[in-house]
Design a protein around this ligand. Structure first.
Ligand code: VGL
Ligand code: ZN
Length: 195
């Protein structure tokens, strides 16, 4: 199981109960925690063991206050996940599993929208892809928010890069239910496995 990791996409307060609160967010967090517990339970416990046996990587939307995707700048979204605000923080139930080296920031440039976590970078400047490659990961489970945007784009980029991608169907939240179903159907067709 050493070649298997979990990628948690945008489980951030603005997408949970903030300016862009998504549907199914509480259930998605509960399901993600159940999954993490299942994958990390065993005779040996402790943060280091969990990290080495089942790495959990976090993707975070991380916008400057005048980001181009915000309505004030002519973009489609209300301000959300602004750097340094509570809305940009990982939900407290999941935060204990996060570390800086496995946290990847995206959308931090004022003039660039970034739905995919694939090119997100950590504090050291390594991309999500770089780190998965260094860790020799082959199988990636994905949960997070939102199905139609960042989850879908991240899953598709991971698949294109050659990983086996398993999407936790009950561990995702969405902007719109119909859009969620359409995105799931499209991803399934592309070869992303829904579990
Ligand atoms: C997202 C819209 C804008 C997402 C991020 O995480 O899916 N959606 N920024
Ligand atoms: Zn955003």
């Amino acid at each position: 199981m050493k070649d298997t990791a979990l990628v948690v996409v945008d489980m951030l307060y603005d997408f949970i109960d903030g300016s862009m609160a998504c549907k199914n967010a509480d259930e998605a967090i509960a399901e993600s925690l159940r999954f993490i517990e299942k994958m990390t339970s065993g005779p040996e416990q402790g943060a280091d063991v969990i990290r080495s046996r089942f790495p959990i990587l976090f993707v975070r939307d991380f916008h400057p206050a005048d980001h181009c995707s915000f309505t004030g700048q002519g973009g489609p979204w209300p301000p959300h996940c602004v750097q340094g605000t509570h809305g940009a923080d990982v939900h407290e139930a999941l935060a204990p599993y996060a570390s800086e080296e496995l946290t990847f920031y995206k959308g931090y440039k004022q003039d660039k929208e970034q739905y995919s976590g694939f090119e997100g970078i950590n504090e050291a400047g390594q991309s999500l892809y770089d780190v998965l490659d260094i860790m020799d990961i082959k199988n990636i489970y994905v949960c997070g928010i939102a199905t139609e945007y960042c989850v879908r784009n991240t899953c598709e980029d991971l698949l294109k890069a050659g990983f086996n991608v398993y999407l936790l169907q009950d561990g995702i939240a969405y902007v719109d239910y119909e859009g969620h179903l359409e995105a799931l159907a499209a991803m399934k067709k592309e070869g992303i496995r829904l579990i």
